[in-house]
Design a protein around this ligand. Structure first.
Ligand code: F0G
Length: 458
């Protein structure tokens, strides 16, 4: 077949204007925000790649669904539509809507995790880790070694290290492992996929030790697409069939519908165990709302139900994964080091290897993120020592394993020319990399400091 450009599989029907702050205005905004990009106003950003969460564009079908949303407090028709879609996709019997992913995590872990427990995951996302630790339990990351090597081209770098998993269970004892989680795709590990073979291997371990298996399913459709592309035996299966097989291997899942739910808000918890589900629903009523709306409007439930159908369309997933790969090719092609191979939802720039002259305690990835904004109004997020550095008693800091800037691509929001522009901005900054200087923190909170810290150039 002749090569053809993979195009956006949609026409644009409604648009939002982008503001174009000048270089001078961007500099002022940086000063005001203390060089913390979380302190910028949305209107001060030209292309916003801070997150792919809740930032996507909904389809006409989703907006239409919102008009027929049923706002009944109890027994909303929209809930039953969502329940049917999730049941068809996951095969899971107990479906509990929540206002977003972390609410599902909080409810699940409050119910099943006890003090002193250990929860294995390939890599916990920040809120997942925080919710485990809030129970005074340990969140243990057991991704395969390729998963923390930015240059490895392994196809499934999100896989769980099954040998380490078994070792962990043997070491701490089965009764201290209340569940095993796998995050698809592995966001904190670069948006890397997990293979079906690996999910099956984790399932076997769960069977052997009788431990429940849960997916953190935020990006399940992107993971299914990678399986279709890369895993033997799946090329002719539809993304939906692959996703169904993934879910058939687990006892439950937590989900943020702000990613592969193609919605601006929402999430859910699903499982097969009716006893645990009953306890979760009791908590849900306390914190989120009645079990048929879980903190969401009826119209949100409609949007998610429709989003979960659209996200599995092949044309959509081909475009989606290609648009991330396209940005990766563009910047890699110009010699900018990135985490390889590109993940599903984001490109991760490897600041450590191209800003080697800035030591970790001067936050090279923060310097790079600030510079991308200063150069072209592009906002990414630092995932390095600002986020994960560990302050020591002697005032020094243990640096993070990697110094990355994540450029997350919102779904169906930016076109190819926006992405070309982002590539140009990254390359322009890379060309003057040796002139970039580090930062010091002048103000910080005792936890999750990256959201509010203020910086000064060194
Ligand atoms: N799990 C994963 C793997 C995530 O990426 C996120 C959110 C959550 C759970 C929590 O979901 O935000 O709906 O409460 N990730 C976003 C991000 C915020 O930018 O990566 P939530």
């Amino acid at each position: 077949m002749p090569y053809r450009t993979i195009i956006e599989p949609f026409r644009i029907h409604s648009v939002q204007a982008i503001d174009f702050p000048t270089g001078e205005q961007r500099q002022e905004a940086l000063l005001r925000a203390g060089y913390n990009l979380f302190g910028l106003h949305g209107d001060e950003v030209i292309i916003d790649l801070l997150t792919d969460s809740g930032t996507g564009a909904m389809s006409a079908q989703q907006w239409a669904g919102m008009m027929v949303g049923d706002e009944s407090y109890a027994g909303s028709r929209s809930f039953y539509r969502l329940r049917d879609v999730i049941e068809d996709l996951t095969g899971l019997q107990e479906i509990i809507p929540t206002h977003q992913g972390r609410a599902a995590e909080k409810i699940l872990f409050t119910t099943v995790v006890n003090e002193g427990d250990v929860v294995p995951n390939n890599t916990h996302f920040d809120t997942t880790r925080a919710n485990v630790e809030y129970q005074n339990a340990e969140a243990r990351d057991l991704v395969i070694s390729e998963g923390i090597d930015p240059s490895s081209e392994a196809p499934f770098k999100g896989n769980m290290d099954v040998v380490a998993l078994v070792r962990t269970i043997e070491e701490v004892g089965r009764e201290r492992v209340p569940l095993i989680m796998v995050t698809v795709t592995n966001n904190s590990g670069g948006g890397q996929p997990v293979s079906m073979a690996n999910l099956r291997a984790v399932r076997e371990v769960c069977n052997r030790y009788e431990i429940p298996f849960f997916l953190d399913a935020c990006r399940f459709a992107e993971n299914a697409w990678f399986i279709k592309q890369r895993e033997e035996g799946y090329a002719d299966r539809t993304p939906k069939e692959i996703a169904q097989e993934m879910f058939s291997l687990v006892d439950g899942c937590t989900m943020s519908a702000k990613k592969d739910g193609l919605s601006n808000i929402g999430g859910f918890l699903a499982m097969n165990n009716p006893h645990v589900a009953r306890q979760c629903r009791n908590l849900l009523i306390l914190t989120e709302g009645f079990p048929t709306y879980g903190g969401l409007a009826g119209y949100d439930l409609e949007a998610i139900a429709q989003g979960l159908v659209e996200v599995l369309q092949e044309e959509y997933l081909r475009y989606r994964i290609r648009s991330t790969g396209y940005l990766a090719d563009k910047v890699s092609g110009a010699g900018v080091p990135i985490v390889r191979p590109p993940g599903g939802h984001a490109v991760y720039l490897d600041a450590k290897s191209f800003l080697g002259h800035i030591p970790p305690h001067e936050y090279p990835a923060q310097a790079l993120a600030v510079e991308l904004y200063r150069e072209g109004g592009v906002r990414g997020v630092e995932i390095g020592s600002v986020m994960f550095g560990k302050p020591q008693p002697d005032g020094t800091e243990l640096p993070a394993a990697m110094e990355l800037v994540r450029l997350a691509v919102p779904r169906r929001t930016y076109t190819q020319s926006h992405i070309d522009y982002v590539g140009e901005v990254v390359i322009a900054v890379a060309e003057r990399a040796e002139h970039l200087r580090g930062y010091r923190i002048v103000e910080q909170a005792p936890w999750l400091r990256h959201f509010t810290a203020r910086f000064e150039p060194v």
